[in-house]
Design a protein around this ligand. Structure first.
Ligand code: HEM
Length: 538
């Protein structure tokens, strides 16, 4: 309804309508006629006809039980018949494009009145533009697709391509050359890991883990091997369409039997008699974006060891969805290759040198996961702070309970330490070549990922305790907490372990237990021990 058409009512006038067949309430300065809606109300009739609610200002009771977004839905907006005289509407939740004013809901560098040694004015301008883009384009699609389980909408991929977001998500590098990034806000040669951190963290604010991976997480890990090890012809054929969001690619390494134990893979690639083609047979499991990918970066067992080959969807390639704890939006799939013929020109890197192709991207992948884990933890804190202050129990706000405050304190301590460490590592990355990063940062990134994902799981558990039954309910007040708790372990399991002995570490990760974090932490210690001065003594 147009605000101009809305009548003004005094609270005394609202109070006249306190019967089941003539039922008004005031919520946040707005007057609603619930006479007919009461029969459809998901919370039932009796709560609305209660003498504390019918004909009263029910703002506090409403926000104790509903998210603000309920009032924003078109079907409920129609229930509003007027406004309360002399009262404005003051409640708000997420404001498109704006920073949150809830304490600790933004990292320090974005919080008013605080400073950062790392982020420049260009990073800030980039963040502002990106936040608006995510809020306007990505967030609504994320919420809708989490509901219906379909992959992210093509219109979103197209809009991301317009600002070259697909390319930027791969980090700084040659693939950015000649592209106009974010409408020209950042030049390709100036784009650094802090810009990339901003991208990952802004997208993580959507609070939709399956959608986040569906938003071409497969490309983030599947395309770098093509960019770094593919022939110029292959790159010319594959890369432009993928970075335009028209074609999709995923990384297909793990298998049901061998898991992420890459040296024990069963998928085979055998050369054809004329030596011009690989003939590939085998299966892959838990492959992000597989169900809708056109290209597959596949780890295969060849005569000389492990070889990575780019396979195109075609005869002999079948994918089917795997049901995981998060939504099917991610396109997680099982793949079968049945006598698939691939030109040898699709080989990525050396024949038998697949392990280097696979390992080359691991630090970056893990760092990306730390970025998103840190940001998701922060969103949980915002949810908890809002809930604990708007929820009334035993006549008092929930936040007045010391045990609740203690849990929130622990959450804040964790997220601030993760973000600070992350920014430090990101700064190191901006000053190091890719090779140097592998030497110097494999350990620190492993520690950070291990620490960050452990913090995330503690925060998920605490958040569920704060939300109570709502923390395990898929709709309503606790829906983001329920989703977070259900999907938080993905971060600790994916991007698992790497090192010597590589195989052994992966077997541990692959048993899908919480040891993934210990494995990574152990990798960090091994790296430190390798750097120990031989003659150092107590
Ligand atoms: C414009 C007015 C209202 C609308 C549009 C509305 C709408 C809704 C919706 C959509 C739900 C389901 C929420 C979910 O997804 O879990 C719900 C639940 C509920 N509503 Fe309302 N409601 C309104 C006013 C009220 C008022 C004034 C009260 C009384 C205090 C109330 C009490 C409840 C209760 C007790 C539930 C169940 C909550 C739960 O399962 O945790 N509602 N309402």
């Amino acid at each position: 309804m147009d605000m101009k058409e809305l009548k003004e009512f005094t609270l005394e006038e609202v109070a006249q309508h306190n019967r089941p067949d003539d039922l008004w309430v005031a919520i946040d300065g707005k007057v609603y006629d619930l006479s007919r809606f009461k029969d459809l109300h998901p919370g039932g009739i009796s709560v609305l006809t209660d003498e504390e609610v019918a004909g009263k200002d029910a703002t506090s009771s409403f926000y104790s039980l509903h998210r603000h977004e309920v009032l924003e839905r078109a079907q409920y907006k129609r229930l509003q018949i007027g406004t309360v005289k002399g009262q404005g509407s003051v409640m708000f939740d997420r404001i498109v494009g704006e920073l949150s004013t809830v304490p600790y809901a933004e990292p320090t560098w974005l919080a008013p009145g605080y400073y950062s040694p790392y982020f420049t004015e260009n990073h800030r301008e980039f963040q502002r533009a990106l936040r608006r883009f995510v809020d306007e384009v990505i967030y609504p699609d994320a919420q809708a697709r989490e509901e219906d389980g379909k992959r992210p909408s093509q219109s979103v991929f197209d809009k991301m391509a317009e600002i070259n977001l697909h390319a930027m998500r791969l980090g700084p590098g040659k693939h950015l050359q000649g592209r106009v990034l974010m409408g020209g806000i950042v030049k390709p040669e100036e784009f650094d890991y802090f810009h990339e951190l901003i991208i990952t963290q802004e997208i993580a604010r959507c609070g939709a883990r399956g959608y986040g991976d569906g938003l071409l997480g497969g490309k983030v890990i599947g395309l770098p091997p093509v960019l770094n090890f593919g022939s110029p012809e292959l790159q010319a054929r594959i890369v432009p369409d993928v970075l335009a969001g028209k074609k999709f690619i995923c990384l297909a390494i793990s298998e049901a039997a061998a898991g992420s134990d890459v040296m024990g893979l069963h998928t085979t690639a055998v050369l054809s008699e004329d030596g011009k083609e690989w003939i590939i047979n085998g299966t892959k499991k838990w492959i992000t974006n597989a169900t809708f990918s056109d290209y597959f970066t596949v780890g295969c067992k060849t005569e000389d060891g492990l070889t990575v080959i780019l396979v195109e969807r075609g005869p002999g390639v079948e994918t089917r969805q795997i049901k995981t704890s998060y939504s099917s939006t991610a396109g997680t799939g099982y793949i079968t290759f049945d006598n698939v013929r691939v030109p040898v020109g699709n080989t990525l890197g050396e024949v038998g040198g697949g392990i280097f192709v696979i390992l080359s991207n691991f630090n970056h992948e893990r760092w990306v996961m730390c970025c998103s884990s840190a940001r998701a933890q922060r969103s949980v804190i915002e949810e908890c702070l809002k809930w604990a202050t708007q929820r009334t129990v035993f006549g008092k706000p929930l936040i007045s309970q010391p045990v609740i405050r203690a849990k929130i304190a622990a959450m804040i301590e964790r997220v601030e330490s993760v973000q600070s460490w992350l920014e430090n590592i990101t700064y190191q990355m901006t000053h190091m070549s890719y090779k140097k990063q592998a030497q110097k940062l494999a350990g620190p990134i492993a520690f950070l990922k291990s620490y960050s994902t452990r913090c995330a799981q503690d925060t998920a558990r605490d958040a569920v305790q704060i939300f109570g039954g709502r923390g395990i309910t898929k709709t309503g007040m606790g829906k983001f907490i329920e989703h977070y708790y259900r999907t938080v372990t993905f971060d600790s399991l994916l991007g698992g372990g790497q090192s010597i002995p590589f195989v052994c570490l992966f077997q541990e990760v692959n048993i899908w237990t919480s040891t993934a974090e210990d494995v990574l932490a152990d990798l960090g210690v091994r790296q430190a021990i390798r750097a120990m001065p031989k003659k150092a003594r107590l």
